[in-house]
Design a protein around this ligand. Structure first.
Ligand SMILES: *[C@@H]1O[C@H](CO)[C@@H](O)[C@H](O)[C@H]1NC(C)=O
Ligand SMILES: *[C@@H]1O[C@H](CO)[C@@H](O)[C@H](O)[C@H]1NC(C)=O
Ligand SMILES: *[C@@H]1O[C@H](CO)[C@@H](O)[C@H](O)[C@H]1NC(C)=O
Ligand SMILES: *[C@@H]1O[C@H](CO)[C@@H](O)[C@H](O)[C@H]1NC(C)=O
Length: 762
């Protein structure tokens, strides 16, 4: 049974409920960028300047119109993420604001879309050697998550054996509805919530849980994935049983709740990031994003620029809109963008055929199924409900004809008829909808199905029993790229190859609030302290946790250096020894536009040899290369003194993407795309690196020089990579790798290269 056929897509947590409230005067939330150097000296501080600016707007408007215009409401004044504030404004107020002193630009508030017992083992993390002991399990590194809140009672946030909270920590545990600040401890060191934007957008709203407490489950799951402590005997009703642990079990968790059941807004999200920067987090995990925005319009891109300036590593999710190209969000050059892959674990059941052996299939039935033998019958299409009803005490076998909705129809027929269990022979890849259902059901591939049908046809009195709650390990191939993970290129920064890396995101077991149902059985809700979820939302905190470990092991590395170490040491090969495959393209080899550099390999990232680092100035030069206006650049950097010292789209990135898509020109005239890179030796001692390139269809790649000699640590060396190709490439995506390997064979530093005829659709 192939592991990749079970995608438990519990992923679709969309936190953009469409509440419609009518308001007296139509006001909307805006994020307002201001130039601090324009603040009159008379003001004691920025907040009083903003308040005075806002009240002057209404006064001016009142004078002109005689109607009752309320003073515009200040939501947040931001300290780090931008120079400016957010406010609820009428259109007239916004227009008036544009003429105020210090106004730079504004962005209308948007809603935000949210996109283990085992994954640590799958990633090779071990207490004996490698990144866990080297980092003290992430001891004293602080991971901030912007999410739906936290269920602090979960065993994953137990602080047994942890030392005191780092002295530098400035965060808080805020009390609120069903949340006493005493629930925080040495593991969960901070919990705050942000909803002024939500309330301003929906004035008559009642917030059901006005505190950092998680009512969605998502934040509890992601935070325990990143840094959950050891919990023995965790499982989802017996599936995935084992000892649960986050990626950085020694790290601290700070939860910033900005995503609410009632809605999620960027004004709240960036207020949360602003506070996290102020509190002193080392790593941020953001499992959500905004689609199709320029960098200067994307509040998450803008806020995370401030985080990078403060040396905070930012992990983000690529999104769950695959498998089409150009579906990803967070394609921002200064953050890490994570794709979701599968593991070698799947869940299912064994169907024993009398005394004739057994077959295995996919299943996730959460109930306690009797172990007795039942009569088993083959009903082929299973479309005769009347007939099925006569077979109540029996296990029914159905052959899915593979038409649209056919499996769905068969499934409901068995449910309605009330048979003991259903066995479905199918090759549908959308089993997640069914495996979560209250009906005891097994899904077999054709081969297993044929064995069952043959047994039934050749026996006078065929009987079978089912054993659910089985976990299969070692499935091949794995990892694979999930179908849903969003693909590059990046809309906002096409010249940077995105996503960056793939991490486990499929069927991830992590902590869950005990009062939120995870499955249904008959008419009863079932509850569990662990739940299985899938999505890039689950992949993102894996990398946040691993980045925390790297930060613990290498406190002097910049976020960009950590990203480089993760990317260049990732694996392009699966456990069957082949290039990692992509479920979204019928198991073709996955391209870097689907999985980035490859599958994350934490222990190797500890010692990457050389890194591709970049400074804040390099990112500013990149923005200049995008031809942004000084005002647009100011919006992102929050500084009025941005120098375009060397405008360039060629960022010092550990990956390469070149476009050959000039449709108006004959394809036979060649063009050359060049990339300049500088690498830093982070290995102890002297090394000689030699370049090798894998062949790429349709283009010719070269590197100059092809040898780099480092005499000591922190030395830098530069090289040029050239891709020669036609004006227009035949293939949509052609890819290969540049590999630097040192003569002692200690380090293999691999970068993906993409040549594409794809044209960004703007
Ligand atoms: C001012 O108020 C009067 C009386 O309520 C109204 O007739 C008039 O249209 C208002 N003027 C403006 C500019 O709104
Ligand atoms: C919060 O917890 C502390 C310690 O358990 C307790 O003394 C206090 O009464 C609690 N406060 C509220 C508001 O429940
Ligand atoms: C299944 O059996 C276990 C162990 O006896 C029990 O704890 C659990 O509640 C049962 N599950 C259901 C859904 O009845
Ligand atoms: C399974 O897929 C193959 C190839 O796509 C198709 O020919 C076949 O009919 C399918 N079988 C079922 C049972 O859906």
């Amino acid at each position: 049974m192939a592991a990749h056929h079970i995608n438990l897509l519990f992923i679709c947590l969309y936190f953009s409920l469409s509440f419609i409230f009518t308001k007296q005067v139509q006001a909307d939330n805006y994020i307002i960028h201001m130039d601090h150097s324009a603040m009159p000296k008379a003001f004691a501080g920025r907040q009083s300047w903003y308040l005075a600016t806002l009240s002057s707007l209404s006064a001016n408007l009142r004078a002109n119109t005689n109607s009752t215009i309320p003073t515009a409401e200040l939501l947040y004044s931001y300290n780090h993420v931008i120079q400016g504030f957010s406010a609820s404004l009428t259109l007239a107020q916004l227009e008036a604001l544009k003429n105020s002193r210090g106004y730079v630009s504004s962005i209308r508030d948007k809603t935000v879309k949210l996109d283990t017992t085992y994954s640590f083992k799958f990633l090779g993390l071990s207490s004996d050697a490698g990144l866990w002991p080297a980092s003290g399990f992430g001891k004293d590194v602080i991971i901030g998550l912007i999410d739906t809140g936290v269920w602090p009672e979960s065993e994953s946030f137990n602080d047994d054996g942890m030392n005191d909270v780092p002295f530098r920590w400035k965060g808080k545990c805020e009390s609120g509805t069903q949340f006493n600040s005493s629930v925080c401890n040495k593991k969960l060191i901070g919990a705050r919530s942000f909803n002024k934007g939500l309330i301003a957008n929906n004035p008559s709203i009642t917030i059901s849980m006005n505190s950092p407490r998680d009512t969605a489950g998502h934040g509890t799951h992601t935070s325990s994935t990143a840094a959950g402590t050891y919990v023995g005997d965790a499982s989802y009703f017996g599936y995935a049983q084992g000892n649960a642990r986050g990626m950085a079990p020694g790290a601290r968790v700070a939860m910033y709740k900005a995503l609410w059941d009632e809605g999620s807004y960027t004004t709240d999200v960036i207020a949360a990031i602003d506070q996290a920067i102020n509190d002193g987090v080392d790593v941020l995990s953001l499992s959500f994003g905004l689609d199709e925005l320029e960098l200067y319009e994307d509040p998450i891109a803008i806020a995370t620029f401030a985080a990078i300036e403060k040396n905070i590593f930012v992990s983000t999710s690529a999104g769950n809109e695959g498998p089409d190209l150009e579906t990803l969000h967070n394609g921002t050059p200064w953050v890490l963008t994570v794709a979701a892959g599968t593991m070698d674990r799947s869940f299912g059941a064994s169907l024993s055929l009398g005394t004739d052996g057994y077959v295995r299939g996919a299943a996730l039935y959460p109930g306690n199924f009797s172990s007795i033998q039942y009569p088993i019958v083959f009903m082929d299409k299973c479309d005769e409900t009347k007939e099925l009803k006569k077979l109540v005490g029996m296990i029914i076998v159905c052959q899915d004809p593979g038409k649209e909705d056919s499996l769905n129809d068969q499934f409901s027929s068995i449910q309605v008829a009330g048979n003991v269990a259903g066995v479905f022979i199918t090759n549908s890849t959308l089993l997640d909808i069914f495996t979560q259902s209250p009906l005891p059901a097994i899904f077999l591939e054709q081969k297993g199905g044929d064995i069952v049908v043959d047994y039934i046809k050749t026996n006078k009195n065929p009987k079978a029993s089912i054993e659910f709650k089985t976990t299969f390990l070692g499935s091949k191939p794995s990892p694979t790229v999930t179908s849903y993970t969003s693909r590059g290129p990046s809309y906002s920064a096409p010249s940077v190859l995105k996503p960056d890396i793939m991490a486990p995101g499929d069927s991830i077991l992590a902590a869950w609030p005990l009062n939120i149902g995870v499955a249904r059985l008959n008419d009863d809700m079932l509850f569990s302290s662990f739940n299985l979820l899938s999505g890039t939302s689950m992949a993102c905190p894996h990398v946040a946790g691993i980045a925390a470990l790297l930060k613990g092991a290498h406190p002097d590395w910049s976020p960009t250096a950590i990203r480089s170490a993760l990317m260049t040491t990732s694996d392009p090969i699966d456990n069957a020894g082949n290039p990692i495959e992509d479920i979204g393209t019928n198991l073709q080899p996955a391209t870097p536009l689907a999985m980035g550099a490859g599958h994350i390999n934490p222990n190797k990232a500890l010692d990457p040899g050389i890194v591709y680092d970049a400074t804040v100035q390099d990112y500013i030069d990149f923005l200049c290369g995008l031809n942004f206006t000084p005002q647009q650049i100011k919006t992102i950097t929050g500084s009025s003194s941005n120098k375009c010292s060397n405008p360039s789209l060629d960022l010092n990135y550990p990956s390469f993407i070149a476009y050959f898509n000039d449709r108006n020109v004959k394809p036979d005239s060649n063009t050359v795309k060049e990339f300049q890179r500088t690498v830093t030796n982070v290995g102890e001692g002297s090394f000689i690196y030699k370049a090798s390139l894998t062949a790429m269809k349709g283009v010719k790649v070269s590197v100059e020089p092809d040898t780099l000699v480092f005499k000591e640590i922190n030395e830098k060396r530069s090289f040029k990579l050239s891709i020669e190709g036609p004006r227009q490439l035949d293939k949509t995506v052609s890819f290969g790798y540049l590999i630097w390997e040192d003569s002692q064979r200690k380090h293999v530093v691999r970068s993906p290269i993409v040549a594409t005829s794809y044209k960004i659709d703007k």
